[in-house]
Design a protein around this ligand. Structure first.
Ligand SMILES: [Mg+2]
Length: 177
């Protein structure tokens, strides 16, 4: 049930996504990564060194990576500069046009691309619709925009439903097995 909303992998943080395994086992060449509460805490300007290292590692091993975010383009551009990666923020997720633009930036096929984000109704739904690999991460902070309050509550219900049914497992590092 609600398969279109269910991520393929659920993991505690973006920096626990094992990049080498992602590349070698899942044959991934490109990463579309969300910004707020995935790479950076919502509303913050500071980035964790752990996450900067994770992005550097992705580039070092030859993975293409870009930010696809629903934030304003000024904020997306600022962080794209810090991470030194391209970004897309013109069209909103979960609309396919946002992900299709991400694919154009990465120049990868759908089967070679992963979406990583903290929201089911934007990152996971959009990625699943295009048949991309989807990874849901726990939001960096609980603080969020007012508009996502209702969504967050529905997300909690869905996640606990999937966890109870065994259709989703929370991974803490060592992914994928
Ligand atoms: Mg987010």
């Amino acid at each position: 049930m609600f398969k279109i909303l269910r991520p393929k992998v659920y993991i505690n943080s973006v920096y626990n996504v094992d990049l080498i395994k992602l590349k070698k086992i899942k044959k991934i060449k490109g990463i579309m990564v969300d910004l707020d509460n995935t790479l950076v805490a919502w509303g913050e300007k500071e980035v964790s060194p752990k996450i900067i290292d994770w992005v550097k590692e992705a580039k070092k091993i030859g993975l293409k990576i870009c930010i696809v975010s629903n934030t304003n383009s000024k904020r997306a551009a600022e962080f794209a500069k810090i991470f030194n990666i391209p970004y897309h923020s013109k069209y909103f997720k979960p609309f396919s046009i946002a992900f299709n633009n991400g694919l154009k930036i990465l120049d990868t096929k759908k089967s070679e691309t992963v979406v990583i984000g903290d929201q089911i109704f934007t990152d996971v739904l959009g990625g699943n619709r295009l048949k991309l690999l989807t990874i849901l991460v726990t939001p960096i902070v609980k603080k969020d925009s007012i508009g996502t309050f209702l969504q967050r509550n529905i997300e909690k219900i869905l996640i606990s439903f999937w966890l109870k049914r065994g259709t989703l497992k929370k991974e803490i590092g060592n992914w994928p097995k």
